[in-house]
Design a protein around this ligand. Structure first.
Ligand SMILES: O=C(O)CCC(=O)C(=O)O
Length: 271
């Protein structure tokens, strides 16, 4: 049985998501979920999946850890994807009639991790296109600017331009013929940039075309564990391309068609 959100998503929150491309939701995941996810995160850190990446460069210290498609091999993450309120939250926010899970991800910055998450949009990394693609970024620790809270350029999902994905590891592995992400740091004063303070169980939802990035975790004593789920709605189509991020397996579906498959099952439908 899928758990419903503890309160309805308001029209104001939905409107903010569509205008700004980002919305912060307080307390939508209780400590039972947070503790279950923390336990599964430790299991994955100790024995990561096939697509995991260690993103800490050289002797910088800390650990920036990334793993994807956890729900496909870990029953705890599968339970979250299938029965937490996350899919419905994504569906209500995107005004979708159905929601497929696209993938889930751990993004962990251990104490003293200096690596930034580069400014980027999500969609250009992925073999999917559409307006109804979003991410739910769920904090498993208290998170703020000092420990690596993500910054979001409000309204940038409406700029009408896809940018070349910068590899999180700093190399140039994505060869897509797109212009580079604009120099956000140089334009800070002219942009409306949002950043939030999270308690464990708070989350953001951001649009797949929104430009965002994150500082490192400057604290020596606090972890920044985030469990992220990516969701797609009715208008999402499959756009395979060998230059894009590797998926867990080939979904064996038609290019240009809906995502429905064993890799991207439908999790929620509007009743
Ligand atoms: O957690 C981070 O550092 C980056 C998050 C991000 O890029 C995302 O959730 O799409």
């Amino acid at each position: 049985m899928m758990e419903r959100p503890f309160r309805e998503i308001t029209q104001e929150e939905i409107a903010a998501f569509h205008t700004d491309g980002i919305v912060f939701l307080k307390g939508f995941f209780n400590m039972d979920w947070v503790e279950k996810l923390r336990e599964q995160a430790e299991i994955d850190l100790a024995s990561p999946g096939r697509l995991h990446q260690e993103l800490t460069q050289g002797e910088n210290g800390g650990r920036f850890f990334f793993d994807t498609f956890l729900w496909t091999f870990n029953e705890g993450f599968k339970e979250f994807v299938m029965s937490s309120p996350a899919a419905e939250i994504a569906g209500q926010m995107m005004k979708a009639d159905k929601i497929n899970v696209f993938f889930d991800q751990l993004l962990i910055k251990e104490p003293g991790t200096s690596e930034r998450t580069p400014w980027h949009q999500d969609l250009p990394y992925w073999p999917v296109d559409g307006e109804q693609v979003c991410t739910l970024w769920l904090a498993l620790d208290p998170v703020d600017a000092e420990t690596g809270a993500v910054e979001y350029v409000k309204g940038s999902h409406l700029w009408g331009q896809g940018y070349k994905p910068p590899a999180f590891a700093g190399d140039d592995k994505y060869k897509l013929p797109l212009p580079p992400v604009p120099d956000i740091e140089a334009q800070r004063d002219d942009l409306d940039i949002a950043q939030f303070e999270f308690e464990p169980g708070d989350c953001t939802i951001h649009h797949g075309k929104l430009v965002h990035g994150a500082p490192g975790n400057a604290r020596a004593d606090l972890r920044r564990r985030a469990y992220v789920t990516r969701w797609a709605g009715d208008d999402a189509i499959y756009t395979p391309d060998p230059e894009k991020q590797e998926m867990m397996w080939d979904p064996e579906i038609e290019a240009g068609g809906p995502l429905d498959s064993d890799l991207w099952p439908i999790i929620w439908q509007r009743s």
